[in-house]
Ligand binder design. Structure first.
Ligand SMILES: Nc1ncnc2c1ncn2[C@@H]1O[C@H](COP(=O)(O)OP(=O)(O)OP(=O)(O)O)[C@@H](O)[C@H]1O
Ligand SMILES: [Mg+2]
Length: 451
């Protein structure tokens, strides 16, 4: 039975309903309603009372020339990989959400700004850890900044009051799921609390030109916990990703109002904090065995950054009736499709073979330009012949076995040259009629070269 003080809220768009609904009438999302306590009527009338967020008279419209340069300036966080993901530094007055799995290093990354840029005044509001715990982390990563201020506070009113009083360059809230507003009766972390607190911080950022970074938890599915509207409220959404078995971490911009989206920064988690990896290609190819069969090098684009990757395949006779297909690091269906194309269009048989595919280093890739490199790795393992290890393979494979050109070719080739690759296979049949443009031709020339 629905109680009178209960309400159901869509976590995706914030639509409210007095009863639970399977599909949201607003955004058509399934299973998105969660139960919440109704907001008390007092809430709205109290909004103006938070110091720093007092209601001002109706603002006067300004021409572009009348807007001060300070409001559109950036400052550097000192962490080059973070600055690049933010679009060239942190915009003053910007509102940034950093989401990531438990323990991936969100608090370390944000705290580390105080190490790399000690002149930046930072107010760090810790809701999850005590200031003692943060001091220990700061000691471990070597922070000596006098301009870093820590506070154990989760009441949003107090956080805003302190930020208004201290006027730091950067306010860090760790995490948005732990802060709450007194006037709301629901628990911290509920949709209503997250929405309310995030909206108040948004007002603060825009009013005072204060940059705010909020840390957000993620759900089991990998989405940022709380209402979807949170991602609309902020200017930038960064996702911090890592793998339990590897020390590298990737910071990816999912949305950015002040720079290109899908930009990637790469870090390595170490004893003394996060180390930047300025050359990820060298990092991911470091342990490569050049003589091994079943390995080929491709180049994917992560935002504007080319990254060389090693695709590994192991093809062995199938011991059971149904051959196994095990894939790590890329879409399994894509691998099945490429195996079908290889069988049908080039005549190599995999139907009685087990196939294992791996992207070395624990990377997860989506770029179809790695198709050709994977096909080469598969054939190399099938024939048990190592391939020209000084060559980069670039091309998307179509269902007819035709090879498509990949975008941003020059950047990819430059990256390969930097790492000492002498040749690249690319589909340049638009420039020269003699170049092969079919998978069969590439594989034949490759097989012919080998004894
Ligand atoms: N002494 C250490 N040496 C190496 N790595 C460490 C050390 N101490 C902590 N770490 C790394 O730091 C990670 C925790 O970092 P951090 O607390 O910043 O993560 P978080 O994303 O903020 O986690 P949470 O979601 O719990 O707040 C650990 O998972 C571990 O990888
Ligand atoms: Mg943390």
């Amino acid at each position: 039975m629905v109680k009178s003080n209960q309400i159901f809220i869509c976590t995706s768009c914030g639509h409210e309903s007095p009863k639970w609904l399977g599909i949201c009438p607003g955004c058509k999302e399934w299973n998105s309603f969660v139960e919440e306590e109704k907001k008390s009527n007092k809430t709205k009338s109290h909004k103006a009372k938070i110091p720093g967020l007092e209601l001002e008279q109706t603002p006067t419209p300004l021409t572009l020339n009348n807007i001060s340069a300070k409001e559109t300036s950036r400052f550097q966080t000192g962490i080059a990989e973070l600055d690049r993901v933010l679009g060239g530094g942190c915009m003053r007055g910007s509102y940034i959400l950093i989401g990531g799995a438990p323990g991936v290093g969100k608090s370390t990354l944000t705290l580390q700004i105080a190490k790399s840029e000690p002149y930046l005044s930072i107010l760090y509001c810790a809701g999850e850890e005590s200031v003692m715990q943060i001091k220990q982390r700061a000691k471990r990563i070597g922070i000596i900044s006098e301009k870093l201020l820590l506070i154990n506070e989760t009441r949003i009113e107090a956080i805003i009051e302190q930020a208004h009083k201290l006027q730091p360059d950067l306010l860090i809230v760790d995490s948005i799921q732990t802060v709450y507003r007194d006037e709301l009766s629901s628990m911290p972390g509920s949709v209503a609390q997250i929405k309310e607190c995030a909206a108040l911080l948004q007002q603060l950022a825009k009013k005072s030109s204060l940059s705010i970074m909020i840390i957000g938890h993620i759900t089991k599915e990998g989405d940022i916990a709380g209402p979807r509207v949170l991602e609309h409220m902020v200017d930038t959404v960064l996702s911090f990703e890592g793998d339990d078995y590897y020390t590298y971490r990737m910071l990816r911009s999912i949305k950015n109002r002040f720079g290109p989206a899908h930009e990637v920064g790469v870090f390595e988690m170490k004893q003394d904090g996060l180390d930047q990896v300025p050359n990820p290609s060298a990092f991911f190819l470091a342990e490569r065995n050049k003589e091994m069969s079943g390995s080929a090098i491709g180049c994917i684009m992560e935002g504007s950054r080319p990254m060389l990757i090693e695709l590994q395949a192991l093809v062995s006779p199938s011991a059971y009736g149904t051959p196994q297909r095990t894939v790590t690091g890329m879409d399994r269906n894509r691998v099945l499709l490429l195996l079908a194309v290889l069988e049908k269009r080039t005549g190599f048989k995999f139907s009685d073979k087990d196939v294992y595919v791996n992207v070395a280093g624990g990377l997860k890739i989506k770029d179809p330009s790695a198709d050709l490199a994977l096909c080469i790795a598969l054939i190399s393992s099938l024939l048990d012949m190592s391939i020209d290890n000084n060559k980069l393979w670039l091309g998307e494979v179509g269902l007819g076995g035709e090879l498509r050109r990949v975008n941003q070719l020059e950047r990819r080739i430059k990256e390969a040259e930097k790492l000492g690759f002498a040749h690249a296979w690319i589909n340049n049949n638009h420039d020269s009629k003699n170049s092969p443009s079919h998978l069969k031709d590439v594989l034949q020339s490759f097989v012919q070269k080998k004894p």
